[in-house]
Design a protein around this ligand. Structure first.
Ligand code: NDP
Ligand code: ZN
Length: 185
């Protein structure tokens, strides 16, 4: 399979796997919008041309959130792609607070390639927290999420300047948005 075929195959596979899943925002966007956005950010903002990173970005939430297994991904997309996906997959047997703590602890130790995926994942989620947050989240919870993402991204710095700059500008935009929402005119 050539690289373009493999990329389209990954998009099609991830769309099938995430069937019926939605994002948590009020508009309940199809879940697949998020992994496609993560891959697009890495390619268009990060200027990354390594298709294995883009494929892993498209697949990054499949093991965590669908029935996909590492064995299946390895058979379809190879060991390198699957390794990147596993690097950004949380251990779901752990409590949520512990998983969040481990993301901060682990981020500096991710491979250079997986750091791009983690960075773009946080960019996509902060965009959603700003524009399309879960309906039941308070401003404090949204702020808490952004602060946590900033702590995770601290460990990813030095991997891709464009993505890091984009993240920083979105954090500023999120803070401006929260300030406006907390004291509307
Ligand atoms: P969740 O982990 O439950 O939700 C955030 C995750 O949901 C994102 O990382 C993203 O992950 C996914 N997601 C899907 N749709 C959206 C969307 N529209 N916007 C943003 N993210 C979306 O929440 P928390 O990160 O808050 O984790 C739970 C923690 O929150 C607990 O540890 C607890 O301490 C704390 N908490 C705080 C409360 C408060 O009011 N301050 C109340 C309750 C809990 P992905 O990329 O994988 O899709
Ligand atoms: Zn994600």
């Amino acid at each position: 399979m050539n690289n373009i075929n493999k990329l389209i195959e990954a998009a099609s596979y991830a769309a099938r796997e995430h069937t019926g899943q939605t994002r948590k925002g009020e508009r309940a966007e199809p879940y697949i919008n998020h992994p496609l956005e993560v891959a697009n950010l890495i390619a268009s903002v990060g200027k990354v041309e390594d298709t294995d990173i883009l494929i892993a970005a498209i697949l990054h939430d499949t093991i965590e959130d669908t029935g996909s297994t590492a064995e299946e991904l390895t058979a379809m997309f190879g060991e390198r792609v699957t390794g990147f996906v596993l690097e950004v997959t949380d251990d779901k047997s752990l409590p949520k607070a512990e998983r969040k703590r481990l993301q901060i602890e682990h981020s500096p130790h991710l491979s250079h390639e997986a750091k791009h995926i983690k960075l773009a994942d946080k960019i996509s989620n902060i965009t959603d927290i700003t524009n399309s947050p879960p309906a039941d989240w308070s401003l404090d919870r949204r702020r808490e999420y952004v602060n946590w993402a900033v702590a995770v991204v601290a460990g990813l710095r030095g991997s891709n300047q464009e993505l890091e700059n984009h993240f920083d500008s979105l954090v500023l935009r999120a803070e401006t948005q929260f300030a406006e929402e907390s004291s509307p005119e």
